[in-house]
Design a protein. Structure first.
Length: 216
């Protein structure tokens, strides 16, 4: 697998995954069929050329999603040189734990804790925005925005749902949620479900609704 195909694999995995997830570096390495030195060289060049980013477990709890912007390029490359992929795969296969009986068995192995993502710089040139024409916030995720980025709205928007009996509206003035009562009563575009929203303050201490991108 050459550099272009590595990038295609990373991009395809991201765009077709359930929650815009990154592919683990072990899985990408296995798919590449390259030597470890060659693989790391290609990955390093893709990072430098701002085509991919590496998200590490040491920086966030779960590297399979991108909650915040990726670390600096220098930090990504430095960490890449600090582990041996081949050795880790061999050790994890030996130390992995198997659960289940009979024909149904699942083996759990400890991953390196590093996932690979396409960068926003790359995604803006290849994502077909027409596929997300009715889902503007999903489009932002597809374009590589980080999932815990907050978006702010005027407080008045809450009245739309608070005063409409087709929705269930809850808040304790710190956090809240909005959900529709019955999908039969609403068009699909109006079937709003927001599991969490909070509040923030803008310029002049004006209070606003704050919702994380992943909840939109």
């Amino acid at each position: 697998m050459d550099r272009d195909n590595i990038l295609k694999e990373v991009t395809s995995f991201y765009l077709h995954s359930r929650d815009f997830n990154g592919i683990s570096i072990e899985n990408l390495y296995k798919k590449s069929s390259l030597s470890e030195n060659k693989f790391k060289k290609e990955i390093t060049e893709l990072i430098k050329n701002r085509k991919i980013d590496l998200i590490y477990e040491g920086d966030i709890p779960n590297p399979h999603i991108k909650p915040f912007p990726a670390p600096a390029v220098e930090k990504q490359i430095k960490k890449l040189t600090q582990f041996q992929i081949d050795d880790h795969i061999k050790q994890s296969e030996v130390s992995g734990k198997t659960f289940g009986d009979g024909d149904i068995k699942i083996k759990f192995v400890q991953g390196i804790g590093c996932c690979v993502y396409p960068t926003p710089e790359h995604l803006k040139n290849i994502v077909d925005w027409k596929k997300y024409v009715s889902r503007p916030f999903t489009l932002r995720l597809a374009m590589g925005e980080w999932q815990l980025r907050p978006y702010f709205f005027e407080l008045g928007i809450l009245a739309i749902y608070r005063n409409d009996p087709r929705y269930t509206y809850r808040t304790d003035d710190i956090t809240g949620s909005i959900s529709y009562v019955d999908e039969k009563l609403l068009n699909q575009s109006d079937q709003i479900f927001i599991e969490h929203f909070g509040f923030g303050f803008g310029d002049g201490d004006i209070r606003a609704v704050a919702i994380l991108l992943t909840d939109l």
